[in-house]
Ligand binder design. Sequence first.
Ligand code: JFZ
Length: 443
Amino acid sequence: MKYLTIVVFVCLSINWNIAQEGYEPSKENLEAREWFEDARFGLFIHWGVYSLLGDGEWVMNNQNIPIEAYEKLPTFFNPIAYDPVEWVKMAKNAGMKYITITSRHHDGFSMYDSKVSDYTIVKKTPYGKDILKSLAAACRQEGIKLFFYYSLLDWHDDNYFPRGRTGRDIPGRGEGNWEDYIAFMKAQLTELLTQYGEIGGIWLDGHWDQKQWDGKKFGKLQVDWHYDELYKLIHDLQPGCLIGNNHHIAPIKGEDFQMFERDLPGQNTTGWGTKPEEIGDLPKEVCETINGSWGFNLQDRKHKSPRELIQYVVRAAGYGSNLLLNVGPMPNGEIQIEHRRSLEQVGRWMSENGATIYGTSEGPIRPDEDLAITRKGNVLYLHILNPDKDVVFLEGFDGQIKSIVFYKSKNKVPHTNTEFGLLVKVPKKERLPIDTIVEIVLE
Ligand code: JFZ
């Protein structure tokens, strides 16, 4: 009997990816997923007291800043230039349909008025106001959906114990109780889903911190994240709220979309990304930075050009995925001029060509270096991303073509149907530097 109890206990305790078993998305949720897939483009915002140091959102870990020293940051966080309406308008003009913002990142600081923590923007900064409240109001006003990023991992809270593989050398950390930490997260998620109106989704991050790491690859999970309870809580509070988790593994029951960090779906270029066999059928979202950093980084000059950004949106759409493009606002609340300018240009392109992106699904052929295809009913949009191409060959294409024109000029496209596929000719005068779109209407 005693032996049996031990066996049962061991079996229970290693089943640590427990999902929201039996989860059936509600009608609201299915509608929200549809909306999400049509939206295709969102703004990611990483903003916190770390922004003050201009060295990214991992600065506490990277510089091993003691808890006590880090706690000085909130005392001079005072974003007097923060104008949420301006942020939302910037996103909207860029052609984005939703915003995902960090409510609490790995540093454990709540950027909103949390009653269950003392470590919040309202209680600890001279600014003293809840930035999510004003952002939520601005989003509502402008018709933009709001999502919250929420960190599962915490470098500040003693109850985040056992510690994960990051933040181990931060001086001043204590040893608390894991179950209390889970209860704390539930209380915070409840606040986030009851104080800000309708929330588009919750973007969880930090799962991987609790997987053992041998310097090359991840091993087993050390803790129970209680996803069954967290996911149920979120869906009970707001059935339409979409859950995504940046765990880089196949979707866990209870999730509503699958995310890909800095990688197009299936292209595991980071090494720790999602493997092709782990791609499920949920709506997809790729996240990427506008420069090289998530949180504000003063020295980062790797600003992506408008051309790169537009092509990334197009490629993601070609994979049937959204793009969540990140900016890291400065500590004063402003978004860098370089990024605002680029987003304006992206917006100009989206306003002319958005019909080939929004509401589309992936095309019949996977994107490659030179092209991506999106689809809307019986219309295919062939996006030629390399202006040097004079001929494009779509191998295996055997659709019956009703009409085929260049999207911009509406001129007919010279083409030949061969037994191996479709050959499309792109005359020089039709070529565009960013994306030459060919509209193919099928019978
Ligand atoms: C995570 C965060 O750590 C990062 O700060 C940012 O918020 C980004 C969007 O998401 O990035 C990760 C995710 C996974 C690993 C490292 C960073 N990992 O598996 O080592």
